[in-house]
Write a protein that binds this ligand. Structure first.
Ligand code: PMV
Length: 312
């Protein structure tokens, strides 16, 4: 069995798809995947606490990314027996917290360990990205990367991720809108909007890059005021490219009314979750205050470990 943390994107989502930098943090919620060889006569299958059961030979849509990883490993020359796979944990799909990438990274690690393939970070990310490509068309790779590394990373497509040291200088709150959305659909919309208005939106992409670079410095100092401002600005840029919705705006503005220093949609948007930065000691009060406008809300802490093998 292997597990991986959920994640939030602190700054730069969507703009990262077209080569801008982004900062992601792993959080203390986990997805678990166990993989074993099927007994003689047993069919290859996957069961998820969220989706139910699917064959792995002829998978339902939600299980196709797992099959893509199996096919990729076969293409790499590994012989893969029929498998029994179980996905569990407390990271609900569709809420923008990286459930899909976490389960694909965990699956890649558990499978590689079972068949004796290399289990280095790069190999696991590469395999998980093969699954993500099926789950949503043009992934930047940030989600599997943060699931594998844990901690806080600075990520730019095509470059090695950099681990960031530092702190947010306060409490991090996550609140889910309860509106499920498809990352692929949101990514496509933003790319299409950019292609219709390049001379306007290229400035927005540049602004996103500048704010990510400022955030790196502010994280180093633990400067909560600057980090909060940058979250608010980042939310504005994400609204500008059309991925906020009424339910998300309600949470973002309620968090600020309750005293959050910054708040923004996190991940693909069009639903999913919001993050808010609260002064130290105020996170629980703000999380409680958000219950009226969100499906769930809680304070989270950074998970420094990333994807790992678990004792069974
Ligand atoms: O799937 P989500 O909600 O974690 O969003 C992923 C972040 C995007 O930048 C929107 C897409 C990507 O592949 O980077």
């Amino acid at each position: 069995m292997a597990s991986a943390p959920a994640k939030v994107i602190l700054y730069g989502e969507h703009f990262v798809v077209r080569g801008k930098p982004s900062i992601a943090a792993a959080i203390d919620m986990r997805v678990y995947v166990s993989v074993r060889e099927a007994a003689p006569g047993e069919r290859s299958r996957i069961r998820s606490v969220f989706y139910g059961e699917s064959s792995l030979d002829d998978p339902l849509p939600w299980a196709k990314p797992f099959k893509a990883i199996i096919d990729y490993m076969r293409g790499e020359g590994y012989s893969i027996p029929p498998l029994i796979v179980e996905v569990s944990g407390n990271v609900k799909p569709g809420n923008g917290l990286g459930s899909s990438a976490g389960s694909l990274a965990s699956f890649s690690l558990a499978l590689s360990s079972l068949i004796g393939a290399p289990t280095g970070k790069n190999e696991i990310i590469k395999a998980a990205v093969k699954g993500e490509e099926v789950a949503h068309g043009r992934p930047s790779g940030i989600d599997p990367t943060i699931a594998v590394y844990g901690g806080i990373i600075y990520y730019r497509r095509g470059h090695d991720p950099k681990r960031l040291k530092g702190s947010l200088g306060g409490d991090l709150v996550v609140a889910g809108s309860g509106v499920e959305r498809s990352t692929g659909e949101a990514v496509r919309r933003v790319l299409e909007l950019r292609d219709r208005h390049p001379s306007v939106l290229d400035h927005v992409y540049d602004a996103a890059e500048a704010l990510v670079e400022e955030a790196v410095e502010a994280l180093r100092r633990g400067d909560i005021e600057v980090l909060g401002d940058l979250m608010n600005i980042n939310h504005g840029l994400l609204s500008a490219v059309g991925v906020s919705i009424r339910e998300i705006e309600d949470i973002v503005y309620e968090a600020r009314r309750l005293g959050a220093v910054g708040s923004k949609v996190t991940g693909a948007g069009m639903g999913g979750s919001v993050i808010a930065l609260a002064r130290e000691g105020e996170g629980s009060r703000i999380a409680a205050g958000l219950r009226g406008v969100s499906e769930f809300s809680r304070t989270v802490s950074i998970d420094w470990e990333g994807c790992r093998l678990e004792q069974e």
